[in-house]
Design a protein around this ligand. Structure first.
Ligand code: ZN
Length: 340
């Protein structure tokens, strides 16, 4: 089975009313764990790589790891997605590597840095301009595009910005119309990283319903959606870690967000936590171990279990066989003449 366009995966999810996780990858064990979970639960999935992941793996290694995942798993609809593309250049590079989807994050200007070392937010008009450029380039090649409106808080690699702005529903329709994005990341109060909230999670869930009404055809995306479960944080801390006060989005809130119209849910932090906890456990309990397979192996197992539970919680499980992936050629025709 060839790679699947992200657009098709989220369209199917929207029609059937479930969510699809987009899981960040940086190395072989992560990719294998995610694929194992998808196989065991028969789930369609989005594998995503950030700019940091591409740099870390020198592009080519990650590309071939992702391709290996596809080759090893015929029968699963898999989209390869660039997470937080900072500009057209990197989106082009990802498309060259064979990604079927890119995010252009036009909400902040990655080329500029403020005094605080963060990136300034872009104006609405600038965001439209930057995003439209990528949509034109990608759609000509059948590749899906995710944009972002509003800015997310927290720190995930290089995405920090000074201003946290919730998505303004009044801008959503114009943004989607003018850019033609397939998917839109909303800022609804979630943030990147393991420290999303100080006391308790506060999410603007009504915003999702509002946006779903305004742009019924566009997939809606939640970033910063790791749950940061207490048992995972406790595991890290128990074996010598130091993550006081880490807090994420409860799974019930994500399920409600899906009911209200979210299709794509980005998950990165929870995977980092479970891998760290598993590695720390081996180091603490078996200090004699020095074969990386002896600690990366258990970490891979723990990650597969975590991702499988997300696939069930998001409602993705069991949907892998619902459809045949479309080719990028078919998507080109689709974009050239969108059905009325
Ligand atoms: Zn993000």
């Amino acid at each position: 089975m060839p790679l699947c366009p992200m657009r098709q995966i989220v369209d199917e999810a929207r029609a059937a009313g479930y969510g699809v996780g987009a899981y960040n990858v940086n190395n072989m064990e992560q990719i294998q764990a995610i694929m194992q979970a998808a196989r065991e639960t028969a789930s369609p999935l989005i594998i995503q790589a950030s700019r940091g992941a591409l740099q870390y793996t020198n592009f080519t290694y990650l590309k071939h790891l992702m391709m290996a995942a596809v080759e090893d798993n015929p029968g699963l609809p898999i989209a390869l997605h660039l997470d937080h593309g900072p500009n057209l250049d990197l989106c082009k590079k990802a498309i060259e590597l064979g990604f079927t989807s890119v995010m252009i994050d036009g909400s902040i200007d990655y080329d500029e840095t403020t005094e605080s070392g963060k990136h300034p937010a872009r104006s609405f008009e600038d965001n439209i301009r930057v995003t439209k450029e990528v949509v034109d380039y990608a759609h000509e090649r059948g590749v899906s595009v995710e944009g972002e409106l509003g800015t997310l808080g927290g720190i995930e690699e290089d995405t920090a910005t000074d201003k946290v702005l919730l998505t303004d529903p009044d801008e959503v329709e114009a943004f989607c119309q003018k850019t033609g994005v397939d998917a839109l990341a909303l800022a609804i109060g979630t943030s990147h990283g393991a420290y999303k909230f100080k006391t308790k999670p506060v999410l603007a869930l009504d915003l999702i319903s509002e946006c779903r009404q305004r742009v019924p055809e566009v997939a809606l995306v939640m970033h910063g959606s790791s749950s940061v479960p207490k048992d995972l944080v406790d595991e890290v801390n128990k074996y010598g870690g130091r993550m006081p006060g880490a807090m994420g989005v409860p799974i019930a809130s994500i399920q409600e967000a899906i009911t209200r119209g979210i299709q794509k849910i980005n998950v990165d932090t929870d995977g980092r936590l479970v891998v760290t906890g598993a590695v720390r456990k081996v180091f603490a309990e078996k200090p004699e171990v020095f074969d990386p397979r002896k600690y990366l192996g258990p970490a891979r197992e723990a990650l597969a279990t975590l991702i499988a539970s997300k696939m069930k919680d998001f409602g993705t499980a069991g949907h892998a066989g619902d459809y045949e992936p479309k080719s990028l050629e078919e998507m080109k025709d689709f974009y050239a003449a969108p059905p009325a």
